[in-house]
Design a protein around this ligand. Structure first.
Ligand code: FPP
Length: 263
């Protein structure tokens, strides 16, 4: 795995899944990242307002979180709101900003029961106060949980993240605390918002769109991609299992030859 090759953080694998009839233990992706797309189209097909699609999307988040936790995934990163999503109508943005609160209110007991820890990446400072409060409360309440990390990308943009990292590094170079020679791939990784996490093994995007939309551009360099036509509110445990099955059937080479650099 990437972690072994480059000496990154490794996470212990869950080993009891096959007995439970779940996906093969061997290579459960440590980190799954998902671009949750298609809420609006799901609602439109039902002649409902777009926010109904987002609400249903939140229920899918619960389903997928439970299943990821059950099969032993270590980190689940969900693209919940991008730095570009502010361009949407005000009412839609307001609804999206209310979702962390709704999610916490209805799901915190289960997060605790499942030993799940909530974290986030993105610029929290400019989110509405109630959204920040909900995210802070979720992160605080679950901070000692040791199971799945449920990582929300909220007001996240990969280019913004890279610009921030570069600015911090340049300031350190100017101050003389960082030298040009010390700037390596590993060092840049350490300045990103995901510094404490392993890189995603599997990226999923729903709804038939096949692009990255400014999501984890640096971190996805060696990630396996899986795209599905399924709209996010229709995505379920079987879809996630299918994605993991496909992931397990692939041979990750990290630029090497067949059979090298794989587990
Ligand atoms: C993209 O679909 C989806 C979003 C911008 C929001 C995703 C948010 C959730 C699924 C809920 C998150 C839950 C929590 C707890 C934060 P779209 O609206 O662009 O769909 P469309 O392309 O069909 O219009």
């Amino acid at each position: 795995m990437f972690n072994k090759l480059f000496g990154r953080k490794t996470y212990k694998k869950n080993t009891a899944n096959e007995q439970k009839g779940l996906v093969k233990d061997e290579c459960i992706p440590s980190h799954i990242a998902i671009i949750m797309d298609g809420n609006g189209r799901w609602a439109k097909k039902r002649a409902m307002p777009r926010i109904k699609g987002h609400h249903e999307g939140m229920n899918t988040v619960k389903k997928v979180t439970r299943y990821a936790s059950k099969i032993g995934v270590q980190v689940l990163t969900l693209y919940a709101f991008s730095t570009e999503n502010w361009k949407r109508p005000k009412t839609e943005v307001e609804f999206l900003m209310s979702l962390p609160g709704q999610f916490l209110q209805s799901f915190l007991p289960e997060l605790m029961e499942l030993n799940i820890r909530v974290q986030m990446i993105g610029d929290k400072a400019v989110l509405p106060a109630h959204t920040q409060k909900a995210l802070d409360a979720a992160m605080e309440a679950t901070k000692d949980n040791t199971g799945l990390i449920l990582n929300f990308a909220m007001n996240y943009g990969s280019r913004d993240e890279i610009v921030r990292a570069m600015k911090t590094m340049m300031a350190e170079v100017q101050a003389g605390t960082l030298t040009m020679e010390e700037i390596t791939e590993e060092r840049i990784t350490d300045y990103l918002m995901t510094a404490h996490l392993p890189e995603p093994d599997l990226l999923i995007r729903t709804s038939g769109e096949v692009r990255l939309s400014n999501f984890m551009l640096w971190q996805l360099a060696y990630t396996e991609f899986w795209f599905t036509e399924t709209l996010w509110p229709d995505f379920d445990e079987a879809c996630l299992q299918e994605a993991v099955d496909v992931y397990q059937s692939r041979n990750r080479r990290y630029g090497g030859l067949k059979g090298e650099g794989t587990e």
